[in-house]
Design a protein around this ligand. Sequence first.
Ligand code: SF4
Length: 230
Amino acid sequence: MRETLLEIYRRLDGHFGPRGWWPAETPFEVCVGAILTQNVAWRNVVKAVAALKEEGLLGVDAIYRAPREKIAGLIRPARYYNQKAARLKDFCSLVVERHGGDLGKLFALPLAELRRQLLGVRGIGKETADSIILYAAQKPVFVVDAYTARIFSRLGIFPAQWGYDRIQDFFTRNLPRDTALFNQYHALIDGAGHYYCSNTPRCGGCPLAEICKSNGGRHEQLRQAPLHGQ
Ligand code: SF4
């Protein structure tokens, strides 16, 4: 299965090239983007982040001290702005109150403990926590999203009903645990999902078309969906 996953990676990588994720200037900006991007298009996140930056509020301490209403007003383009403002403030509270305001100290925690603390922040779910761990803390955790489930079930790799933990475990056990690989792999999946494998797939031009079960692909290994991730 490792070879199959690496073949998929190579095909996507050859098609899209380096994706340069995460599009942010600092690790803290990655965290803010990961929190704001839930249920909204990325262009809206960019506007919200720019508004925070313009007001001098794109920092742990600044968000921690600013009134929630002020943050909410600035991140309005990111939708659900009251909830998201509260999430940003709760995340910054974790950094300030438990790690002296030093994001580096939070990120220096062992991966499992870092994940546990992030998941302890109200409103931060698995995908957001893992995005922060991979793209801001630069530790090797595989980020799963709706595109991952859709593409790999259509390819015939695993059943569509697998949940987050099972999919993540599958990739973790079948790929080298490598931060750069996980970084680019998730970014490539995002590209494939965004440009080709949408609700109504556009298989023509998809770099996985030749090997995709849903497209009558020919790859024997991909036809045999593993039931237990092996
Ligand atoms: S060939 Fe079609 S169904 Fe298969 S991954 Fe590409 S877009 Fe999705």
